[in-house]
Ligand binder design. Sequence first.
Ligand code: 16G
Length: 241
Amino acid sequence: DQVGRFREDNPSPLYLQLQQLIRDAISSEVLTPGNAIPPERDLAVEYEVARITVRKAIVGLVEEGLLTRRRGAGTFVTGRVEKSFSKLSSFTEDMAARGRKASSSWISRAPGQVNPEEAMMLGLSPGAPVLRFARIRFADDEAMALEFSTIAGYCLSSVDMVQDSLYGALEKAGNRPVRALQRLRAVPFGSEHAKMLGVDPGHPGLLIERRAFLRDGRPAEVTRSYYRGDAYDFVAELSDI
Ligand code: 16G
């Protein structure tokens, strides 16, 4: 038995009892992050309850964030992503390295002219052309981050070049950044951002601002990434040799 058993004398609804059993299995580490929970059908047979009861229990735990559904793969105990703070990787690559599929939902994608703040960040002259991208980033079906990117106009010929991966498009254009500066800051999500990520307002977020540069030193990107604080651990290797 991976998950415990019902107690005969418990008066609360079966789906709540099943939720509690799954929660207990997670907190006692019988189920650990990344583990698949048994299919609905198996749980229903094992606990002698209707499938709808199992489904209701699971939906509740997915909403709580304790479980994550991955399309076509099943339902898993939610794990945190360990992300290097010192690697110049892209979201798509980070997810692929973990066997997860990255996707995006576009908030906006448009060419424009550099604003004073971006000009300062990137060291571009006033009026320089840029491309701006705003999107919600998903790992499988789970919303992980919001990203707001401004790319120097000479890096890409049009916004349509970015379908999924920004770094993929930059690489194709021969303009993948090779160096970056990053700043990490804790931020609670405001109501608008919280809604896009499906979390409650005030939920902890990690803001990473990345300024990235091309091999010839020209600026390529400034991106503000708001990662879900409950989903990410940032790690770095330090050495003193
Ligand atoms: C990462 C980068 C972000 C970059 C994006 C490209 C950090 C903190 N930020 O999220 O600067 O724009 O990847 O991802 O790692 P993509 O190639 O999947 O679009």
